[in-house]
Design a protein around this ligand. Structure first.
Ligand SMILES: [Zn+2]
Length: 641
């Protein structure tokens, strides 16, 4: 019987565009979902958007949309990014869909009938940005939200409450009995400590705005956005409309929610309590990940250091980007996105280690056997090391992937890759090739390399699906790697006698680090840029610029460099002498043009002619010196600054 696996990203809030944080969660989920598929699971991978709540209503209004119109604008932006990132999800849920509204109402009604919802009065502080009630003892500084720092709003309204306090002990007991309920395990204690402080009943309805799911037993009230949003996971599996699927994936499957650490508490506390009350099984695991900084600093638009997935993919390619994000940090911890590190990873791990292994192996197979597999069983002791290491690596890989330790899983694969690169040097195929009595041994060595690459491709597939397929194609294997399972990797003679290998082409081209970093630096705003000859604005304001119209021009007598101009400033006429004769052999072309001039320079005499100002001019190699001509529609009394 096949095993079932359900995995969800959080549903993303449609208030802003998808960014590198949402990309990270979704890439991690995609890798995990693909891993489960190659482990032979039936996988259901869900993502979607969180579309209700006060903040969405307010943002929509600001932008001149109705809330629904606004969500319709935002949803394609998410879908587009998931396409870019090669996210292979099964379903995209929107909380404004009918199936979800019904599902939330079903759960609310059950919880209500259980006596776990009562009417009360909510009075307290609320963060609209986080859609969170903030208890008095957690308010930060001057009435600010402890998690986002924004000003809190006072809410005082009639509200329905969910008896969350009732489930405190059951929740602690569940966390205790299920060590993998909260992953990574390092996050468990944080949640336990929080619950032990005492769970408060939760206000789950609002009646001062309307953008939400109506509560059937409480006319005029809509559902608190988190009580609404969390239900999406079971909605998608048919909680309300498809008992068969719900049974298969939720009741009889492994179920995981991946979330950012900022929303772990909602998932590890509120959601389980809701499920306890509704009589629904709890998810198997809630997996929390950390946040990213960029070049050592918090990402912010004003700093100009926001990592844009579109740009990164364009620069490095999709698979290297996915690889970097999952390799760079131990999943659960915070990470720092650094361009230099991305380049290093690509050049060392992908291009050098894996890329070279593939290139060298294929190259030699062509050189020695015309790229056609020759089977051989001339084994050596050293081969056993490779077989043993492979078994270890596959086990480590699975152990790590099963608890979402992506970087560790990749480390295991790369340990194998490094061993194989060493194996090439140790067994020196180029020496074996010189001795015709060793052809059989040579074939054996080469087959170990080629079969190893076949196996490695499947292990890296969850991280780099396209590249994994390319490796197979270069090995002459045209099967769809997506359909393969790890179970089938046990043998060392997957490629049969006479099998024709494909051509080697670099999958991970090396990046010229110096050139690219220079390019990136030039493109970004540098807050520490050194500016030569800095002046204050007061200095600048001392200079007076004017638009002047050229009325007459002629050569200064006795000079072949100087031109003298009669210019119109609107309210008077002046004479300006300028050494540009060389660049304007036909100066009368300037008559009628409006140009820029500095008009408060101390007048000087040049070759006996008075100059009452100075033109602004540009000088470059191609054009020489040119006056700065402005459009004729600019008025002569225009203020220039
Ligand atoms: Zn907040």
């Amino acid at each position: 019987m096949r095993k079932n696996f359900f995995l969800s990203t959080p549903i993303y809030y449609v208030n802003g565009d998808p960014h590198v944080g949402t990309a990270y969660t979704t890439i991690a989920c995609d890798a995990l979902a693909r891993y489960k598929k190659i482990m032979g699971y039936d996988v259901y991978f869900l993502t979607g958007t969180d579309e209700h709540g006060q903040k969405v209503e307010e943002t929509a209004k600001e932008k001149g949309y109705t809330p629904k119109e606004w969500t319709d604008v935002m949803v394609p932006r998410f879908k587009e990014m998931w396409k870019l990132l090669n996210i292979d999800y099964n379903n995209f849920i929107r909380t404004t869909e009918e199936r979800h509204i019904k599902s939330v109402q079903k759960m609310l009604n059950i919880v209500y009938e259980n006596g776990d919802i009562y009417l009360g009065q909510y009075e307290g502080k609320y963060c609209i940005s986080c859609e969170t009630f903030v208890p008095e003892n957690q308010i930060a500084g001057d009435d600010c939200c402890p998690s986002c720092g924004k000003k809190l709003n006072l809410i005082k309204e009639e509200s329905y409450f969910f008896r969350m306090s009732k489930y405190q002990d059951a929740l602690l007991d569940h966390i205790d009995k299920n060590p993998d309920f909260i992953l990574p395990r390092s996050k468990r204690n944080e949640v336990i400590q929080f619950v032990k402080q005492g769970l408060q009943d939760l206000s789950i309805s609002r009646n001062t705005f309307t953008w939400g799911i109506p509560i059937t037993f409480a006319p005029g009230h809509i559902t608190y956005v988190w009580f609404d949003a969390l239900v999406n996971y079971v909605t998608a599996l048919g909680y309300e409309n498809n008992p068969e699927m719900f049974d298969k994936f939720w009741n009889n499957g492994q179920t995981c929610h991946m979330v950012g650490k900022d929303i772990l508490r909602f998932h590890a506390i509120i959601w389980p309590c809701m499920l306890f009350s509704a009589g629904v099984k709890l998810p198997s695991s809630i997996i929390a990940h950390g946040w990213w900084t960029s070049e050592g600093e918090k990402m912010s638009k004003s700093r100009g250091n926001v990592v844009d997935p579109y740009e990164e993919v364009k620069k490095y390619g999709l698979d290297p980007f996915r690889y970097y994000m999952l390799k760079e940090v131990q999943f659960g911890n915070d990470g720092d996105y650094s361009q230099k590190n991305v380049i290093n990873r690509i050049n060392s791990d992908l291009s050098n280690d894996l890329g070279n292994l593939l290139n060298r192996s294929l190259g030699m197979y062509y050189k020695y056997f015309d790229g056609k597999i020759v089977l051989s069983d001339t084994k050596d002791l050293i081969d056993d090391e490779i077989y043993t290491l492979w078994n270890e690596v596959v086990k480590e890989y699975q152990d790590s992937m099963d608890i979402s330790q992506f970087s560790k899983a990749l480390e295991s694969i790369w340990r194998f890759i490094a061993r194989l690169n060493k194996y090439i040097d140790e067994s020196s195929p180029w020496i074996l090739a010189k001795d015709s009595s060793k052809t059989s041994r040579l074939a054996c060595v080469m087959n170990i390399l080629i079969n190893s690459l076949y196996k490695i491709a499947l292990l890296v597939y969850p991280f780099m699906p396209d590249s994994a397929q390319k490796i197979w194609n270069q090995l002459g294997v045209n099967k769809n790697i997506k359909e393969e399972v790890i179970e089938n990797l046990s043998g060392w003679d997957t490629l049969k006698e006479g099998h024709q290998l494909g051509k080697a082409e670099p999958i991970f081209p090396r990046i010229d680090a110096e050139a690219l970093l220079k390019q990136i630096k030039a493109k970004n705003i540098n807050p520490d840029l050194e500016i030569e000859n800095v002046i204050d604005i007061e200095d600048f304001q001392k200079v007076k610029f004017n638009v002047v119209e050229i009325l007459e021009v002629s050569l200064v007598e006795g000079s072949n460099k100087l031109l003298k101009f009669k210019v119109n400033l609107g309210d008077h006429i002046r004479q300006i002498v300028s050494g540009i004769a060389k660049y304007y052999p036909n100066p009368s072309e300037l008559i009628g043009k409006k140009v820029l001039a500095v008009t408060n320079l101390k007048p000087v005499k040049l070759k006996g002619e008075l100059s009452q100002g100075m033109f602004l001019a540009s000088e470059d190699k191609k054009n020489g010196v040119r006056l700065i001509v402005v459009g004729n529609d600019i008025e002569l009394d225009a203020h220039i600054s």
